[in-house]
Ligand binder design. Structure first.
Ligand code: SAH
Length: 256
């Protein structure tokens, strides 16, 4: 599709590795007059833009930025009002904890033609790099994407962790590293065994990605994840699969 002037594409950048943006997302970047991007949308992706494309960084973490959501929306409307092809580049998928819905609403309300280009969300990226399938026949038939709020001092008491524990689904916790100990405790109180494995993947798909495995009990006994952001916790029996696969490979190697 040829993008007309005066159009906004809200594009999912994927988890970080510039190869993990969609073909459509890359195409939109290559045709953009203006790109408005967040911190998590890796700047390596900007290499796909034309030299004359204007790049505007509006990154914010935990709300600490002069760029409020309203200002970002105003910026989008200002540039599109001047007839530009605007890309709003957001980390992962714009509709998964990305506030893409709010920006879309504002654009639609203003009568601006726009589209959403989906992206690889952190949970699927983390699963891929850690070798943890989010669903697995006989082990997990449902997945939950839930936010744990990583901002210091900001906890969301409205999240019913015990209810999630009862689902026996794979729990993918976004923005949760700083509160992981208390989240693990609440999930265990909800009835999930303390032996339940957890894969913690920080900076999935970046050159410095880190993959670690814990049990729910280990995390609830104390975990400080200040240095681990952005990170995604995958909680559930599926997180046992990489260790089992490694054991199997070892046993096979010994047998030959
Ligand atoms: N829209 C994004 C999520 C934004 S919320 C998406 O779909 O992925 C930001 C949270 O996403 C971070 O706190 C972290 O939990 C997670 N995250 C984003 N990129 C990540 C990455 N490369 N590795 C691990 N977690 C990541």
């Amino acid at each position: 599709m040829r993008i007309p002037p005066g159009y906004v594409s809200i594009v999912g950048a994927g988890p970080g590795d510039p190869e993990l943006i969609t073909v459509r997302g890359r195409d939109r970047l290559a045709n953009a007059d203006v790109v408005i991007y967040d911190d998590l949308a890796g700047s390596a992706l900007l290499a796909y833009c034309r030299a004359e494309c204007q790049r505007i960084h509006v990154g914010k973490r935990c709300g600490r930025s002069t760029w409020t959501q309203d200002r970002i929306t105003d910026l989008l409307l200002m540039h599109v009002g001047r007839g530009r092809r605007v890309v709003r580049l957001k980390g992962g998928d714009p509709f998964v904890f990305g506030r893409g819905g709010e920006e879309l609403n504002a654009l639609v309300r203003a009568g601006v033609p726009c589209e959403i280009v989906p992206g690889v969300t952190a949970a699927t990226a983390a699963g891929a790099v850690a070798g943890v399938p989010l669903t697995h026949r006989g082990i997990a038939s449902a997945v939950v994407f839930v936010t744990g709020h990583e901002c210091a001092g900001k906890t969301d008491e409205t999240i019913d962790w015990a209810a999630y524990a009862r689902l026996r689904a794979t729990l993918c916790v976004y923005m949760g590293t700083r509160n992981l100990a208390s989240i693990a405790e609440k999930i265990a109180e909800g009835g999930l065994s303390k032996d339940t494995p957890v894969a913690l993947v920080s900076r999935a798909s970046w050159p410095d990605q880190r993959i670690r495995f814990f049990t729910l009990g280990e995390l609830s006994a104390g975990f400080s994840g200040e240095a681990d952001t952005p990170a995604l916790a995958i909680i559930g029996e599926v997180a046992r699969i990489p260790a089992e696969a490694a054991e199997l490979a070892m046993a096979t190697a010994v047998a030959v």
